[in-house]
Design a protein around this ligand. Structure first.
Ligand code: SF4
Length: 113
């Protein structure tokens, strides 16, 4: 059987974990808000004809773009992980590595298809 002091310590430890979790949760929400993929059919993304999958864009096809003319090979792109990245044109969200928009500008060192 645990004494009062041990029980109190365990209670305070658990309380600390709960308070810590509550304290850091806003940071996860902020990260979430800035890491979600931007919406295709909204605001600037709509104006620039941004799509998460370049091959599904009629404009991309019409311009006879190559398969590697995608965000991952654009000067404005910096990867966050293998599938998404940040784009300086859309600072509040992420774009898909295989996405595309009208401001695509091929990186000089991008691999050729
Ligand atoms: S500017 Fe480049 S990285 Fe940004 S959305 Fe357009 S193609 Fe993708």
């Amino acid at each position: 059987m645990k004494d009062n002091l041990t029980q109190r310590r365990e209670f305070l430890k658990r309380l600390g974990l709960v308070v810590g979790a509550v304290a850091v949760s806003p940071f996860f929400k902020i990260r979430e808000a800035f890491s979600a993929l931007i919406e295709e059919k909204k605001g600037l993304a709509l104006s620039l004809a941004y799509v998460h999958d370049a091959t599904k864009s009629d404009e991309w096809k019409k311009l006879k773009k190559k398969n590697d003319d995608v965000c991952a090979n654009c000067t404005f792109y910096s990867p966050v992980d293998k599938v998404n990245g940040k784009c300086t044109i859309f600072p509040t969200g992420e774009v898909a590595a295989k996405g595309w928009c009208r401001t695509f500008n091929r990186k000089v060192d991008a691999k050729k298809a």
